[in-house]
Design a protein around this ligand. Sequence first.
Ligand SMILES: Nc1ncnc2c1ncn2[C@@H]1O[C@H](COP(=O)(O)OP(=O)(O)OP(=O)(O)O)[C@@H](O)[C@H]1O
Length: 269
Amino acid sequence: MPTLETMTAGAAEPQLERPAKVIARNVNVYYGDKQALKDVSLDIEARSVTSFIGPSGCGKSTFLRCINRMNDTIAGCRVTGRIEIDSQDIYDPALDVVHLRARVGMVFQKPNPFPKSIFENVAYGPRIHGLARTKAELEEIVIGSLQKAGLFEEVKDRLDDPGTGLSGGQQQRLCIARAIAVSPEVILMDEPCSALDPIATAKVEELIDELRENYTIIIVTHSMQQAARVSQRTAFFHLGVVVEDGLTDSIFTNPKDRRTLDYITGRFG
Ligand SMILES: Nc1ncnc2c1ncn2[C@@H]1O[C@H](COP(=O)(O)OP(=O)(O)OP(=O)(O)O)[C@@H](O)[C@H]1O
């Protein structure tokens, strides 16, 4: 573990190795009178995994929800500032939010398959977004998504069985298949493994590593080990601000801010 002495004060953080997919500038979020995020500015690298870490209540999920405008659905929640995906302002009033949420998929803490068959769970999104013209095309999307989510071999003989009958880890991979099925560009994952056992967690982490070739992934995690295992970049949140962000290795071995050091060495959180 690093000590304050080993921290290089003010060293310039390396630039992103790939273009930024998501750019946030001066984002503030309020729930009624309470400010949950303060002036957050962050670049999220394309086709890479970024972890959001930080103590409970510091605003990680709030910021995640800004990226697909899920906060719009929370009464009393107000967002200011600017967020762009591929240079497009996602808070532009003319933007189609349904289309945005297809581009920016989300996987939640608790696996939440629909009370439908395994097939229908994955087919639902492509159907409502009109992505398949024929039954064969729809089947192709469903099978391809289950394959990408590393689940197809385990469920290929029971696609008509209820999704809710799968194990927790399989359900989470089903939810990832469901997110992938509408060809998103960004996948947001809010503590996707916290309800899973270590073996199911390892499978989902392996999957995240494979998916980063094609998708920009942001994962909120309480596990610093998980952040270190799965992400190339990490942002540390504390009391509604992003204290620092950078390459995961540098955040964990050479943090620049005392608060990051205290968090990663377990002094709080
Ligand atoms: N729907 C909501 N209504 C009111 N306040 C909220 C709401 N959601 C979050 N908050 C508040 O905003 C702040 C940030 O919460 P948020 O859930 O984003 O933090 P977090 O870092 O994701 O926490 P955790 O790690 O515990 O999930 C907290 O003070 C929380 O109580």
